[in-house]
Design a binder for this molecule. Structure first.
Ligand SMILES: [Ca+2]
Ligand SMILES: [Ca+2]
Length: 235
């Protein structure tokens, strides 16, 4: 390598390091001082959590994410999302409930080289006609998925608590997930690659899903998991 090329390589590496540290889509999530009340009302989040930016929905009639939060304390991870959506469509069985109106959060809490992530899906309804919470661990390569929790009850023996509130123009989810269920020990300072997606399937008379599905996401869920931005759990 010539001296000129060497200098260029060192400069490029330095730029990579800086851009890695300052990635625009990373979200810093301060620790919650008081645990939110899991009731589907998000007044206890305003001003204490950073809202996650979602992709533009201005070309979609009735889908907009008003608030999206993921935060933590020493016991739990907390998730809250308010979706403006006038028409709720989800007649999928629980195994496929993410293929219609639902909120989906993917989190890489184990060593990224293991290639697995946790997937939390909360839907305002499913084929059973009830709001449903599901937590799975998925292998990114084989796509094999192991169910950790799947419930239509608002509290579960696993320690999960969640709530879903609907009205004519919106639906809101709020959930508390014990850190031990998602292999998240010693959370302070951790950087967790993540993607938040809100799915919106507004038609069942045609197979809208096969070719196009309306959604908004915090970053591209189609990217490889080592390219996802991180949630930084700050003290
Ligand atoms: Ca609340
Ligand atoms: Ca919808």
């Amino acid at each position: 390598m010539t001296k000129k090329n060497l200098i260029a390589a060192i400069f490029a590496a330095a730029v990579c390091v800086v851009s890695g540290q300052l990635s625009a889509q990373d979200v810093t999530s301060p620790k919650m001082k008081a645990a939110p009340t899991i009731d589907g009302k998000l007044d206890d989040w305003k001003g204490v959590a950073t809202s996650i930016g979602m992709s533009d929905t201005s070309n979609i009639d009735d889908l907009k994410v008003e608030n999206a939060y993921v935060t933590w304390d020493d016991k739990n991870l907390y998730v809250a999302v308010k979706v403006m959506d006038k028409k709720i469509v989800n007649d999928q069985p629980i195994e496929r409930m993410q293929a219609a109106d639902a909120v989906e959060l993917r989190l890489v809490t184990k060593n990224i080289n293991l290639g697995s992530f946790y997937r939390i899906v909360i839907a305002p309804t499913t084929k059973d006609g009830k709001p449903t919470f599901k937590l799975t661990e998925r292998d990114a390569n084989s796509k094999n998925e192991t169910t950790v929790v799947s419930t239509t009850e608002n509290t579960d023996k696993s320690g999960v608590k969640w709530a879903l509130v609907k009205d004519d123009t919106s639906w809101t989810v709020e959930a508390s997930i014990p850190l031990s269920l998602i292999a998240l020990t010693a959370p302070a300072g951790k950087k967790i690659p993540f993607v938040l997606v809100v799915w919106d399937r507004d038609r069942t008379d045609i197979n809208e899903w096969a070719e196009w599905n309306k959604r908004t996401e915090s970053s591209s869920q189609k990217k490889k998991i080592d390219e996802w931005p991180s949630l930084i759990l700050a003290e």
